[in-house]
Ligand binder design. Structure first.
Ligand code: IMP
Length: 183
């Protein structure tokens, strides 16, 4: 395929903007305030799940006005095209002992719920002071395991979405908005 065709094909997969940059920014500002108001100056550790949550983490942490640390772990859910295979692997773990922290897991999207169910179990076993989950997007109609995040910024219908950290085949993470993927 020549270069122009490849770019046309790439752009044609961005079906429509579902959540704009402005809407994302406003929701994150509000979430950051809620988080900042709820910990009374106690030690917070934000744990972002890579790769998808890196953009959300970068923006959310800058709306938090109390001291917090940040950390990353990598959980890979294997996909066949746009469908989860159900296999979750922790490919990069945290380095620190989390037992002295109020931990907030920062996730891009809860779909079947399998990834967070596994990550929450793993981190709870390490005795943090508390553990909460904040997700940018939530697709409750797709749930396979019984899992509810503590805070969801946007609840969306059963669509495959890209942008703002979320990918399809590792592309589109750099879009500044959330778009519906043209399957
Ligand atoms: P779950 O384990 O099925 O809840 O899915 C978790 C992971 O699947 C997310 O962290 C995303 O990386 C990926 N995922 C689920 N739905 C979508 C989507 O609509 N677009 C892109 N990635 C998705």
């Amino acid at each position: 395929m020549d270069k122009i065709k490849a770019i046309e094909e790439y752009n044609s997969k961005i079906k429509r903007v579902l959540i704009s940059e402005e809407e994302i920014k406003a929701a994150i500002k509000e979430a950051g305030k809620k988080i900042s108001d709820s910990y009374n100056g106690e030690p917070i550790l934000l744990v972002s799940i890579l790769n998808g949550a890196f953009v959300f983490m970068a923006d959310l942490c800058r709306e938090i006005t109390v001291p917090c640390e940040i950390a990353f772990m990598c959980a890979k859910s294997y996909y066949n095209g746009t469908n989860s295979s159900g296999i979750v692997n922790i490919t990069m773990d945290l380095e620190q002992d989390i037992s002295g922290y109020h931990v907030i897991i920062v996730e891009d999207i809860v779909d079947t719920g399998r990834t967070l169910n596994d990550v929450v179990k793993l981190l709870k076993a390490r005795n943090p002071l508390s553990l909460r989950v904040v997700t940018l997007l939530d697709k409750p109609s797709r749930r396979i395991v019984d899992f509810d995040p503590d805070m969801s910024l946007f609840v969306i219908e059963d669509l495959f979405v890209i942008g703002y950290g979320l990918d399809c085949g590792e592309y589109y993470r750099n879009l500044p908005y959330i778009a519906e993927y043209n399957q």
